[in-house]
Design a protein around this ligand. Sequence first.
Ligand code: MRU
Length: 362
Amino acid sequence: MKINGNHHHTIWVKEDDEQIVQIIDQRALPHQLVIEDLTSVDDVFRAIKEMHVRGAPLIGVTAAFGMYFAALEAFDNQEFIHYVKASAEKLKSARPTAVNLAWAVDYQLSLLSNNPKSLPATLLENALTIKKESIERCRKIGEYGLPLIEDIYRKTQRPVNILTHCNAGWLACIDYGTATAPIYAAHDKGIPVHVWVDETRPRNQGARITAFELKEHGVPHTIITDNAGGHLMQHGKVDLVLVGTDRTTRDGDVCNKIGTYLKALAAKDNGVPFYVGAPSSSIDFSISDGLKEIPIELRGEEEVKYIQGEHEGGIKKVLLTPKESSAANYAFDVTPARLVTGLITEQGICEASRKGLVKLFH
Ligand code: MRU
């Protein structure tokens, strides 16, 4: 997608040096466009943990490049295999909830051979393949999700109001996004859409990143406080809720950014369809019960107590709460399958259930 009219991905190998991977440091958005170089497993670990990169598909792809660095670093190491495996564990521990991270690292590990010479090239090539496939999944989600928006427009003949939570856009992926892919597809086809953007406390991924993306693409949108969605739904101002997912179980429970569950409850109460952009890399077929089996990341309390913004050309953090108060920062929640109207995957749309997923993914 575009920034200032120029096409960008969120991660790429530096043109003149394939031992450097470059990312957009999302902590500075929307105020500054900062490009950061990653050159080691430690760099990748920090970039994921401190959320320079974020969003399930993107952290998966970044970790895949991290495994390439592990192979480069292991090259001079006597304990070659041990080093690569230890790096894999380290990368997986950076953030526990999004399954894409473990999925991408395990995919790279499955290519582990005893040949230290060829491994870096193999893992680089595979990281690039994972990146390419990730883009294609999002593109297909856009294709399959588009008719949902078209149908609403056909019936109402006015702009389709879509509510989204967090950032499940191209900046959380490589391109297109998951929840946003159908929105961009509809907008590009000339269907009038308007997006309600949940600010998404505490990191404000909606207010900062989704709003930035939509603004750059020219999609009409309005930022709302996290608590406004229910009110808007009660007053008929939301036609469709579209969110992403960090991990969806084989029975269709959807784990996503904290607050998603409350939007799903409000959507159910008001008869608003609630769809999830769910690439197969975010589906964890090994578990069934989202509430019991998905590890929920607990992040530092400073993210709740401080708020970040732009002031006189610099990015500043200010204290929002009594310094002495403690804060809890649960990063994700689980929306039970019964509240989900459907999963939009790269294979098509299905019911959020084992039956629905089996039909698409056998
Ligand atoms: O904590 P974050 O910003 O990494 O959380 C991201 C989300 O919750 C997204 O909705 C999810 O990863 C889907 S991204 C296409």
